[in-house]
Ligand binder design. Structure first.
Ligand code: SF4
Length: 388
């Protein structure tokens, strides 16, 4: 077991129409105070967490920290010195042997000087928010970059020595057609990143496009959003194309060339402890989960006044832990070993899967249970069924 550290950078240049994250478009003058607050939170996390009623198990202090993940938002907007400062604070406060230090970056924010400074600071993996190779789709989604920026960014990262690159695509963007999706997948596989994430457009009240779709409106190109069936077909097409290009499908949304599965994200699915710093960051100690409040200004203010803005904290009971094992475990294509879970939690599990198995949604082989590959695109239905 090894500790993961997540740093949340909740700032963006603009708001993409489909975005349901807690991020804000703010003046760049707010970046330095935010980065300084995160450094303070890292350096003083033990005493501040204690004030908030959270006591870290002693065993966590002995854990090696081998992954760091800067997520957002758009962390690549920050000055590289800010990123370095936060990494230095982690180096000072934790036993560390960084194997994977990931930065989420938008293609248009990348230049040679920044990439070189990232590599010098220890960042060795960049997760590029590409989303599509079609300018029509990018524009409709309110993205700042265009296809040409992707082709500019990747060689810059390579030249800086960052060779572990992940690319995200979204199935279901407005104006996406089977042809444009196929073409994005072809361009992606030709660029041959080490890792790929495929997400389905989320339709909920949290985004401008989502609420427009829910109320039957026409703004944000809502009428040009593909149907649910088309999105599911796009997902299945991606699975086939990525498998043919040598990627292993290891988690519902994630695909990797051999040896390049995301070490950090695996910790979430395997319930390995991680500490999150920054506004809205989540943490898990093995027995407790907690989250900082989302508002970045309130976060900076709270750190300045000697506190930590922990908004929710809960101790995970054994039945909750078991539910997490099932949901997080089934997200991974390797599946779950129900004999092992029965032994750990002392609860019979066989019956939980009877109806899912008879409806073909899950596959069972001995004590191993996996979501049936042909139903991965409707995994939410599997999880709903599992809750009944
Ligand atoms: S760049 Fe990412 S986090 Fe920022 S608004 Fe767009 S989707 Fe949301």
């Amino acid at each position: 077991m090894s500790l993961g550290i997540y740093i949340q950078v909740p700032f963006c240049q603009t708001r993409c129409t489909y975005c349901n994250f807690h991020t804000g478009v703010v003046s760049s003058a707010r970046f330095a105070p935010y980065a300084a607050a995160v450094q303070t939170e890292i350096r003083e996390h033990q005493s501040r967490l204690q004030q908030a009623g959270i006591v870290l198990p002693n065993s966590l202090a002995q854990e090696m920290n081998d992954t760091v993940y800067f997520g957002g938002g758009t962390p690549s907007l920050l000055d590289p010195e800010h990123l370095r400062g936060m990494l230095d604070a982690i180096r000072d406060m934790f036993l560390h042997d960084f194997r994977e230090v990931t930065l989420e970056a938008d293609p248009e924010t990348i230049d040679a000087q920044k990439a070189a400074a990232w590599a010098a600071a220890g960042i060795n993996r960049v997760s590029l928010g590409v989303q599509s190779f079609s300018d029509l789709e990018l524009q409709a989604a309110g993205r700042m970059h265009r296809r040409a920026d992707i082709y500019r960014a990747v060689p810059i990262l390579h030249a800086a020595g960052i060779r572990n690159i992940s690319i995200d695509l979204i199935a279901g963007l407005p104006h996406q057609t089977p042809e444009s999706w196929r073409s994005s997948l072809e361009e992606l596989t030709q660029l041959a990143p080490q890792h790929v994430s495929i997400y389905l457009l989320e339709v909920d009240e949290g985004s401008r496009l989502g609420s427009e779709l829910l109320r039957g409106g026409t703004k944000y190109s809502a009428l040009a959003v593909p149907s649910d069936d088309a999105m599911a077909e796009s997902y299945d097409l991606a699975r086939t194309a990525l498998s043919a290009a040598g990627y292993e499908h290891y988690e519902i949304s994630n695909f990797a060339k051999p040896g390049f599965a995301s070490e950090h994200n695996r910790k979430y699915w395997r319930r390995t402890p991680y500490l999150g710093f920054g506004a809205g960051a989540h943490s898990f100690s093995g027995t407790q989960r907690w989250a900082n409040a989302h508002d970045a200004a309130a976060y900076v203010q709270s750190i300045a006044s000697g506190k930590i803005p922990v908004e929710q904290a809960e101790t995970i009971s054994p039945p909750q832990a078991l539910e997490e094992e099932l949901f997080l475990g089934l997200r991974q294509l390797a599946g779950i070993d129900i004999s092992l879970l029965q032994k750990i939690y002392g609860v019979p599990l066989d019956n939980r899967f009877t109806s899912l198995e008879s409806s073909g949604l899950v596959k069972r082989s001995g004590s191993l249970v996996q979501i049936a590959p042909e139903h991965l695109s409707i995994s939410n239905e599997v999880f709903v069924e599992l809750m009944r």
